[in-house]
Design a binder for this molecule. Sequence first.
Ligand SMILES: Cc1cc2nc3c(=O)[nH]c(=O)nc-3n(C[C@H](O)[C@H](O)[C@H](O)COP(=O)(O)OP(=O)(O)OC[C@H]3O[C@@H](n4cnc5c(N)ncnc54)[C@H](O)[C@@H]3O)c2cc1C
Length: 407
Amino acid sequence: MTRTPEPRESTAMDFTFTPDEERFRLELRQWLSDHLPPGWGKPGYQYPKTYEDGAAVRRQWDRALHAGGYAGLSWPRAYGGRGATLIEQVIYFEEIARSRAPEELNRAAKLLLGPTIIHHGTEEQKRRFLPRILSADDVWCQGFSEPNAGSDLASLATRAVLDGDELVVNGQKIWTSNATVADWIFMLVRTDTSAPKHQGITFLLADMRSSGITIRPIVQMTGSGEFCETFFDNVRVPLANVLGGLNAGWGVTATALSHERGTLAFHRHAMIRVELDELIDLARRLRRGGRPVIDDPMVRQRLAQCHSELELLRWTLCRNLTRQIQGEPAGAEGSIVKLYWSELYQRITELALDVLGPASQIADGPLAEEGGRWQFRFLKSRGDSIHSGTNQIQRNIIGERLLGLPR
Ligand SMILES: Cc1cc2nc3c(=O)[nH]c(=O)nc-3n(C[C@H](O)[C@H](O)[C@H](O)COP(=O)(O)OP(=O)(O)OC[C@H]3O[C@@H](n4cnc5c(N)ncnc54)[C@H](O)[C@@H]3O)c2cc1C
């Protein structure tokens, strides 16, 4: 993580932190231990059972982070953020994961939407939306995917037609995470059907309480209903809520998605580290055939493999970070990271079920080992190879842009 630009061939990574960075880490660690919601922060803690109860805790947590000065870390101070360096952002994500804090409910707005409004928004939009994102007074959801537009997002068909100083929206979004608890949605709509498909799209900010919006939760195999189908039936949205201009939405989307990865992958890495340590501890405690499960050479081998791969992930992240600090764009290498952590995490949760053995078949009730959390993680991890660009799409990007293979 060197701070001095050098030619790439001779780039060495410096893993020491400056005294200011160490101070930031210690202050945050102390703040977290003082402010975590009651009961959180311990491996055995049972998270709220329903999605809505969990979301309420997470919104409160967003508010606490804001009050503590830890919301909008990367945002400029002029917009209420902390103006943190990339290294401070990494430290933040590592400490948040290490402390087992709740996941921020408004993370998509803080990471994707806020920086996009700062880049493309009018002064009025900045004044109106940015402070309420940081304080979690407005929680946002993301309305991009549609039943026939996912990987090929530009095929989206939700229409918006100009009527006076409003757009009238009709159509359907799907897989809208947090739609049932969100106050606002940032969405893509088609405003010009005659233009080439990337050019007729508009980026729109809509109030989820508008008349004509219907939300239907989709219950996943985890039992949670955090995704939704979101229907728009003659929903009227003021033109003032267009971000970046009519039919200019594709460029605005590119800005939003460029913020999707950033330093967040360090959070994933640190979360997986915490969970792998939990798994090693579980394999030590559980006994099968009169012996600790960790005595099984196959289990030891697989745990060691996961540990090594997790270390490789960290070095890859550090290499990407070094380049970003030197002013190079995150680029296609982010695809390697996404592919790697999502598949590694799936292998770890699968190993956890093998460590549990027959007990892995009971995920609920008093007989469930570890409160059923490994089963939940195993099922939830399947979505990690789909969201933020499916792993097949990541492989295409790696093949074409990094390896120079033909399209
Ligand atoms: C946990 C989770 C949260 C999500 N949250 C949101 C959200 O909040 N808002 C939102 O808008 N969306 C959200 N999504 C949706 C997500 O963005 C889409 O699922 C994703 O973009 C894939 O689109 P799709 O499901 O339509 O699959 P499709 O694009 O239809 O793909 C189907 C299959 O075909 C493969 N495929 C498609 N094109 C190619 C290609 N060119 N080459 C090789 N293989 C290909 C895909 O990899 C996949 O295996 C979420 C998804 C998940 C899993």
